[in-house]
Design a protein. Sequence first.
Lengths: 136, 102
Amino acid sequence: MSETIKQFLYLNRKAPYGTIYAWESLEVVLIGAAFDQDVSLAFMDDGVYQLTKGQDTTGLGMKNFSPTYAALGDYEVKKIFVEKESLDERGLTLDDLQHLVWEDEDDDWAEKDSIKLVSREEMTAIMDGADVVFSF
Amino acid sequence: MSTLHTVNKSPFEKTSLDACLSHASAGANVLLMEDGVYAATKGTAVEQRVKQALDSVKLYVLGPDLMARGLSEDRVIDGISVVDYAGFVDLAAENDKVQAWL
């Protein structure tokens, strides 16, 4: 059977914890990682809040799923796009987000950045370029 | 007759905060909770709206919801008080009623 590699884009636009979207998206990404597809994650609007560092849910009695984003590199998820305009509107910079990396086996397992800061215009092109868009 | 208004939606996704601030009378108490806590942080596109509201209403933000979202208290706009769950209960008890903006 011929394998058709499709470009999958997971589009995240919701803040974590207030609704279940962020967690559900992460679960679907991890399940989908078992299939050999070209996976990209996009974070825009309130979705950028999912990646903030230092999340501590002890006071809420809810699971803190933010450490799981750091495991995405091990699942061959290397392309994480964050929209700059969305960060700006929220008073955030890249420094407020987790530093996510993946290991490049073709380069002596060097750690490389997974997150790429993109403009709204670039995000439009990323969406246009995807074969399938999963929205959360 | 005092009212505690609660806002639990992100100001970037819903109009709940703006609707609340537009209808809360002078001297009212407004508690930002759940995704509403993002409105309490500095440097956002709604910061001026929130600061303007501080002239007429008292603003509170729920600490555990800030912590869960990785937002430290030093990111909170000056003039907004951080409260814990016990503080939330006190506010609910001290006011005549609670009005939720969903």
